[in-house]
Design a protein around this ligand. Sequence first.
Ligand code: NAD
Ligand code: UD1
Length: 349
Amino acid sequence: MAILVTGGAGYIGTHTCVELLEAGYDIIVVDNFANSSPEALNRVKEITGKSFRFYQLDVRDRSALEAVFARNQIDAAIHFAGLKAVGESVRSPLWYYEMNMISTLALCEVMSKYGVHKLVFSSSATVYGASGDMPVSENSPIGASSPYGRTKQMIEQILQDLAASNPEWGISILRYFNPAGAHKSGRIGENPSGTPNNLMPYLSQVAAGRLEELSIYGSDYPTPDGTGIRDYIHVVDLALGHIRALGRILDSSGLNIYNLGTGRGSSVLEMIAAFEKATGTHVPYRFAARRPGDIAVSCADIRKARQELGWTADRCIEEMCEDTWRWQANNPEGYDIHENRFMTALLKM
Ligand code: NAD
Ligand code: UD1
């Protein structure tokens, strides 16, 4: 079985490529490195001892994508490629609609043309917005509150229409909660460019001394300690969820939506304490105002994925913290260590 992985050089993509290769799948990766580095793919090869084909292209480029389908026998696709920064999407909505919508339309069109009808799509818990009761199930109302979230919501609708148009389609929409952690090897992990927006990369850069202190956004939420609660899921568990979802669509048709989370929530203060305990580091923090758009609690109802995919997330918060720290400590400048040093040297000249 050969699986096309779009955005395979990114954070979740690299971890999924490792698990796909280790499960015996052939993979064909496409990425334009808009938010990643070629070094990430070298590390996937290093971890697995396996090689695979890679094409540097923009998924919006239909003719480049078609050439990949023409040259390779492809059985299914996992579509990670897309932009994901909420704040950036508020500032540049047209760019987000262009990148996320057009790439998905192009991919589905080319898949249809080549008779490939099996697709796993990366959606997000952000589609639920501030919808109310927790934990949220796949049937809870959706209502994304940012242009980024709305691209995911719209793509979900497009995929539902596509599945309804032709019974050959087998589509899995995966709504990720809060991916965190890194591969055990410490060789691949999250590599944000610039100052991180999300809690775990920010926290680990504070622990590493790259950032001075963590601002905790809000101490007056209606939660036991007043800080926001999220359902953090280890990225390797998330990757394994893709393998299960893929297995299911290869055997059946129709569209299914699954929450991928742990079903357990942790507050910001609990995450700081767990990180300090697991890594022996100190994380200075201060309380700051709430971040606009944040909700108090986000937590997944995970029963559907457990029942239909036979999948649950096994890795705990401590393991997420240890693995994040191993990645951070071994790769203080992310993947582009040589490039960064070269740029720093140039700037100093
Ligand atoms: P990432 O930015 O690390 O990976 C995305 C990859 O796609 C990058 O390698 C980027 O270079 C590539 N890419 C982007 N646009 C492209 C295009 N037009 N053509 C080719 N390649 C392109 O992000 P990630 O965290 O690995 O997320 C993967 C997917 O999961 C995204 O669709 C994201 O929206 C979704 N998601 C992520 C999170 C999260 O917290 N990380 C949560 C929910 C959903
Ligand atoms: C963010 C995105 C969401 C995306 C999710 C995926 C925003 C507004 N939302 O959500 O669309 O699906 O990531 O992982 O960006 N926090 C701090 N200080 C920080 C960073 C975060 O206190 O420096 C807090 C937040 O207020 C929140 C928690 O930590 O309570 C987690 O934040 P974050 O990692 O950004 O994730 P989400 O807010 O869930």
